[in-house]
Design a protein around this ligand. Sequence first.
Ligand SMILES: Cc1cc2nc3c(=O)[nH]c(=O)nc-3n(C[C@H](O)[C@H](O)[C@H](O)COP(=O)(O)OP(=O)(O)OC[C@H]3O[C@@H](n4cnc5c(N)ncnc54)[C@H](O)[C@@H]3O)c2cc1C
Length: 462
Amino acid sequence: MKTYDILTIGGGPAGITIAKILGRQKKVGVIRPEDHSMVYCAMPYVLEDLIPIEKTLKRDELITDSGADLIRATVTDVSFEKNTITLNDGSICKYEHLIIATGATPMIPPISGTDLKGVYTFKTENDLKLIMSAIKEKRIKQAVVVGAGAIGIELAQALNSVVEECHLVEMAGSVLPNLIDEDVSRDVQDEMENLGISLHLKNKVTHIEGRDRVDRIILSQGADISFGDDEGLVVFATGMKANTDLFEDTELRLGNHGIVINNKMETNIDDVYAVGDCVQFESGITHEITLGKLATNAVPMARILAHNILGDDRTYEGYYNGAATKVGSLFIGGTGLTEEAAKNRFNVVVGYSELTTTFPIMPGAKHIKMKLIADKKTLRVIGGQIVSGSTVTDKIDIITLAIQNGLTTWNLTNFSYSAQPYQSFFPASNPIVACAERIIAKLKVEMANLKPDECVVSEFTN
Ligand SMILES: Cc1cc2nc3c(=O)[nH]c(=O)nc-3n(C[C@H](O)[C@H](O)[C@H](O)COP(=O)(O)OP(=O)(O)OC[C@H]3O[C@@H](n4cnc5c(N)ncnc54)[C@H](O)[C@@H]3O)c2cc1C
């Protein structure tokens, strides 16, 4: 029986991070069934034929170069009493510390017809290959993507470029509902329609019809999408469910969204930890359990845990969910709470700005629109959204840093920024500062109309 200091179930971004940090100092084993770990984020661009699939397959050396063992297998059983795991070939490994990093699997809503041929999900190398070969061999003419989150809209664009007709169905009233508000989404929706994608907002797929293959997709508002004599495909991008089946009848504590952990990634069982998409965790803003199945959450969790195993005393603050996507020529990003989500818990105030991404006199200047969301009572920044003709992640990350550190709108009016003709607007303004100033100006107007004891903005004197 092989014995490890650290045994990690799962070789995705979380498992790889564990191996990279601990592999040289501990005896580490990483268990992964797939031939390759993948750059999942790039899968839509393979489908779109922008990059070959080989470029998205991660090298095993990311794990083995650190000295860690890569064990190609599936864990079929865990004994927390004996500190052992059983693999699908029957062999058993013993561990001192067990790290669960089993990720998440796409969810399909419980409706009839999802077992028909032509219905897919989009997470693994296998999912990608199945969709690619269906398009190639069956000459698919129409594609339907269900769910307009970042994965759904990237997938819809990719399919739109390789089939004749592409539909995107979303139950919310706008695209990217967890990332940006409806007002910010309008440009994105226009861009999608310009690309030729048919949007079906405020619609659920109620069921799917067909004899053997999918033939008709029925929507809640009464419309249907029919494939007629041609073959079509339907891909569900309706969210992810933590991979916890292995632990269903064990003493490991599970919540509705995954394995329950504390801010040191410890589970309820000694020497058993969990990180990444397989856990449930709280928002760093509201401290309530929230969605956050992102690689940019999985990796920091794994990094904190690995350093703690080496003796640090780090804690994970929670999800802020800074994320970005791209539609046509638009780059879109969001962080923290949307105004819609924040309204349930805060008295919200928002500010907008519109500038150019470079000095407007420079060639190639693009438009940037920003929305900043703050709590009216404390003026604490709680969210931000951007739609721009140029990359947005740098600015989204600045807003996340402000949220993480409890900065207020006043703090952002004092934000000290840089400017250069090719890289920013004139020194006269900055989109983050402009949003913060708009919020302050709005509140000044509101306050002028209030009696002093009606003023909720306790910190409004700078
Ligand atoms: C199309 C797409 C685009 C995305 N884009 C982005 C993006 O732009 N930005 C971003 O931050 N995130 C993005 N994500 C999300 C990101 O990929 C995940 O959050 C991330 O992969 C989670 O990492 P993980 O290591 O926790 O889990 P995973 O990457 O899911 O890895 C889990 C591993 O555990 C293994 N495993 C499960 N059960 C067992 C078992 N019983 N035995 C052995 N091994 C097991 C799995 O096979 C897998 O190797 C995207 C995801 C998809 C699908």
